[in-house]
Design a protein around this ligand. Structure first.
Ligand SMILES: Nc1ncnc2c1ncn2[C@@H]1O[C@H](COP(=O)(O)OP(=O)(O)OP(=O)(O)O)[C@@H](O)[C@H]1O
Length: 232
């Protein structure tokens, strides 16, 4: 579904990412973990088309998308929920869903989003600016799902959430993958994320330091000591 080959790039002249190779199949969850500043969000931006300078190749269902702009990638099937929630504060919840571009059978899709996120349905006429961090994150997630993306890139979706809400978010991500969506999941809660993932990649200094099956990484002593935090 998504392949990243020998990806190098950054914001200016300095490379932040170097030689990244990753693949993601339909219905698969790939967790990308790693220390602060390792380049996880930069990788997300490279995939969705928001990194100014990129070398290497990104393909979606076999098509090279490395050079196409973000809006076009979104239309081609890449959804993105950035780290700081992507919602319009002055619009209500329902209006935020109504303004997403490129949605087929919009009314039906909004009903489906409210089924998936009941908390949003309860507050559908509330302005997004008045929502809690967790609700805002759900709205950003719902907005990204409106177009039924084939691949969704989630940048720390549980960062603003309580442990209980984070559990709910992980459950939702798992369900989404079961419907065939490929999920690139960037997470600080690495152990929990790996527990719902098929595979994982651990980044360090702009490179993939370790990569493999999620259960293998969870059992890997070196990964545990260096990156996952022993006992967490
Ligand atoms: N807009 C930007 N312009 C220039 N450099 C940036 C920009 N955003 C991030 N960087 C740099 O890129 C490097 C990687 O940052 P990135 O945000 O990708 O890391 P991260 O792994 O997502 O970290 P965190 O877990 O803290 O979010 C850092 O050195 C950071 O300072």
């Amino acid at each position: 579904m998504l392949t990243i080959e020998n990806l190098t790039g950054g914001y200016g002249e300095t490379d932040i990412l170097t030689g990244i190779n990753l693949t993601l199949e339909a219905g698969e969850i790939l967790t990308v973990a790693g220390t602060n500043g390792a380049g996880k969000s930069t990788l997300a931006k490279a995939v969705v088309g928001l990194l100014p300078r990129v070398n290497g190749r990104v393909t979606l269902s076999g098509s090279d998308i490395t050079r196409i702009p973000a809006e076009q990638r979104a239309r081609a099937g890449i959804g993105y929920v950035p780290q700081t929630a992507n919602v319009f504060a002055a619009l209500t919840i329902v209006e935020n869903l109504e303004v997403v571009e490129g949605v087929k059978d919009r009314k039906q899709r909004i009903v489906e989003m409210f089924d998936l996120f009941p908390a949003l349905n309860e507050r559908r006429r509330a302005r997004a600016g008045s929502l809690s961090g967790g609700e805002r994150q759900q709205l950003a997630f719902a907005r990204a799902l409106m177009t039924r993306p084939d691949v969704i890139v989630l940048d720390e979706p549980t960062a603003a959430l309580s442990p209980i809400m984070a559990d709910e978010s992980f459950r939702r991500i798992r369900e989404l993958a079961r419907t065939g969506t490929a999920v690139l999941l960037i997470e600080q809660r690495a152990r929990q994320a790996l527990a719902i993932s098929h595979r994982g990649a651990i980044m360090d200094s702009g490179k993939v330091a370790l990569e493999g099956q999620a259960d293998g990484l969870l059992a890997d002593q070196r990964a545990a000591e260096l990156y996952l935090g022993v006992g967490h």
